[in-house]
Design a protein. Structure first.
Length: 182
């Protein structure tokens, strides 16, 4: 069974081109998302399509960018459905996991996605190291300043409950305890 998935990013765009192509390809059921960016995790139409798929079915999209938010995400989706015995085909791109060539293209894409993730990770680590060398403090700013910590300590020593002190400084009690422990 051929199952289609179509998506447009804005609600004023039309799904007609994708639907027509998917129908012409033989899709008996088409799931859609309208007005939802590909970068969004929550795509109800895609979730319904993925849940509907059974072994031997083929998920078809008009173009690859309609399915995944990134190359890594696309490869993950195709690999996940492949483990379930579901094939994948893109009408505008040379990918059809029913053929050896299509699987090869998918594996090349997976390798490129892994390479991209590795490069991104290396760049992030290098950027953080450079920032540290320049003396930049990384991470979230402390919720309480040193003056506030001193004041909070004095209030608690004077008999005020930690809960009331935390409320006074608009922080959680656990945040107060962490600050006092430093």
């Amino acid at each position: 069974m051929l199952i289609g998935y179509a998506r447009v990013s804005t609600s004023d765009q039309k799904l007609n081109l994708q639907r027509d192509a998917l129908k012409a390809a033989g899709c008996t059921r088409i799931f859609t998302d309208r007005g939802i960016s590909g970068a969004t995790n929550q795509r109800p139409g895609l979730a319904r399509a993925l849940a509907f798929l059974k072994p031997g079915y083929t998920l078809i999209v008009w173009k690859l960018d309609r399915l995944g938010r990134s190359l890594a995400h696309l490869v993950q989706i195709v690999a996940d459905i492949g483990k379930r015995g579901v094939h994948f085909r893109s009408l505008s791109d040379p990918i059809d996991t029913e053929s050896a060539g299509g699987r090869l293209v998918l594996h090349i894409m997976a390798a490129l996605a892994e390479f991209e993730r590795s490069l991104n990770s290396e760049r992030t680590r290098a950027g953080l190291a450079a920032a540290k060398r320049r003396g930049r403090k990384l991470g979230r700013r402390p919720s309480l300043t040193p003056k506030q910590i001193t004041r909070a300590r004095r209030l608690i020593e004077a008999g005020q409950s930690p809960q009331k002190v935390a409320v006074r400084f608009s922080v959680a009690r656990s945040t107060l305890y962490l600050a006092l422990g430093r």
